[in-house]
Design a protein around this ligand. Structure first.
Ligand SMILES: NC(=O)c1ccc[n+]([C@@H]2O[C@H](COP(=O)([O-])OP(=O)(O)OC[C@H]3O[C@@H](n4cnc5c(N)ncnc54)[C@H](O)[C@@H]3O)[C@@H](O)[C@H]2O)c1
Length: 119
């Protein structure tokens, strides 16, 4: 199996059973750090332990996908700087890239993600 998802983070809602569980296993086996998110926290934990037992990376999240607060909480909890970006913080990087200060910057992506990629 390839490791094409190395250094990537996946969040699988409903990852505690059935198709979601299979997706968690597959993405983890291919190198992703998988957040196993499920309304059934015990199921999320069990799948996470299976993945860790295979030597892959995962963490369990008890999340109700019908709750925006739960979804945002799970998302923000995984940002190393502990919060989502403000729109102005995205705009300032866009302005930098469009400016002469970035004259030699080309063909690269700059993550503005509070450290998610660096994690
Ligand atoms: N289109 C098709 O051919 C097809 C085939 C099979 C299943 N399905 C459908 O796909 C879905 C998944 O099937 P499955 O077999 O993997 O089901 P499953 O019951 O094994 O897994 C669903 C998971 O989602 C979790 N979940 C439920 N509500 C949630 C919520 N609000 N927030 C977070 N997690 C929640 C459950 O706890 C469970 O772990 C079902 O709706 C099923 O009917 C479709």
């Amino acid at each position: 199996m390839t490791r094409r998802f190395e250094n990537r983070v996946a969040v699988v809602i409903g990852g505690g059973s059935g198709m979601g569980r299979a997706i968690c296993h597959r993405l983890a086996a291919e190198g992703a750090y998988v957040h196993v998110a499920d309304v059934n926290g015990g199921a999320a934990k069990a799948v996470t332990e299976e993945i860790l037992g295979h030597g892959d990376a995962a963490q369990a999240e008890e999340v109700d996908a019908t709750s925006l607060a739960d979804l945002m909480g799970a998302f923000i909890a995984n940002i190393p700087l502990g919060r989502a970006a403000k729109p102005e913080e995205i705009a300032s990087v866009v302005a930098f890239l469009a400016s002469d200060d970035a004259a030699m910057v080309t063909g690269v992506a700059i993550p503005v993600d509070g450290g998610m990629v660096a994690k």
